[in-house]
Design a protein around this ligand. Structure first.
Ligand SMILES: O=C(O)CCC(=O)C(=O)O
Ligand SMILES: [Fe+2]
Length: 246
């Protein structure tokens, strides 16, 4: 396929990824298309892959406009999270996370028919997102489930109700590291709904050079940092490597 994923942009086919790297299944039953930062971080070249205007007229314009709007909403959300953590509202700007953030829009399609198989196939197997926050829009078809207590066994999964016009927001693993687990990243999955499903996830992750280090307000002598500081780019690279390993 001409627009196959390169530099983490473009098309990923069915079963290309396994969001739960511990699972032995053949992969998740979804296809997707990634759109990365519009003004690219490292080069002047646009690494995004756009279908030709003749094939999909105005598609690029629509996607770029959506990307910018969700990025702006995500930044506002992060300033509210900073205030909730007793930090200045521009905390995530000051630590360099929002200077050319590593923000990816992912358009997802889950097929309705899966064919017969003995193994359990997920639309998206259980995972938490990797970055700061994810803003997720869905078409309202059920399937998304959340596990409130990811360390409890057996795990209890609950359907996430659709609210028209609202985003679902997931806390990501780097936010969990920053807050020393005060804000837990959300364990979630997508079950096959027996019906075609579309969603758009916007992963708002820090600039690759931003170092994610436990906030002072979130640790003390009796509650030391649970994670060492890590460069965001290194953390993301490793998580993506595991997701696309098979
Ligand atoms: O499609 C959805 O509702 C969720 C997608 C998701 O969790 C992901 O791509 O990380
Ligand atoms: Fe996710």
């Amino acid at each position: 396929m001409k627009l196959a994923r390169k530099e983490h942009r473009g098309y990923t086919p069915l079963y290309a990824e396994n969001l739960d790297p511990t699972s032995t299944s053949k992969g998740d039953s979804k296809e997707s298309f990634y759109i990365g930062p519009l003004e690219d971080i490292t080069t002047v070249v646009d690494l995004n892959q756009w279908p030709s205007e003749e094939v999909l007229t105005s598609w690029r314009h629509t996607m770029e406009s959506f990307y910018r709007k969700v990025l702006s909403a995500g930044k506002k959300l992060l300033s509210l999270l900073a205030l909730a953590l007793n930090e200045d509202e521009d905390f995530f700007e000051k630590v360099g996370a929002l200077d050319k953030p590593s923000a990816f829009l992912r358009l997802l399609h889950y097929p309705g028919e899966l064919g017969s198989s003995d193994e359990e196939i997920y639309g998206a197997s259980a995972h938490s997102d990797y970055g700061m926050v994810t803003l997720l829009a869905t078409d309202g078809v059920q399937g998304l489930q959340v596990c409130r207590d990811k360390f409890k066994h057996p795990q209890l999964w609950e359907d996430v109700l659709h609210v028209d016009g609202a985003f679902i927001v997931n806390i990501g693993d780097m936010m969990e590291r920053w807050t020393n687990c005060l804000f837990r990243s959300t364990l979630h999955r997508v079950m096959p709904a027996g019906k075609e499903r579309y969603s758009a996830a916007f992963f708002l992750d820090p600039n690759p050079d931003c170092v994610v280090k436990c906030l002072e307000s979130c640790c003390s002598e009796s509650s030391p940092p649970r994670f060492p500081p890590i460069r965001s780019g290194d953390y993301l690279k490793e998580r993506l490597r595991l997701t696309y390993a098979s």
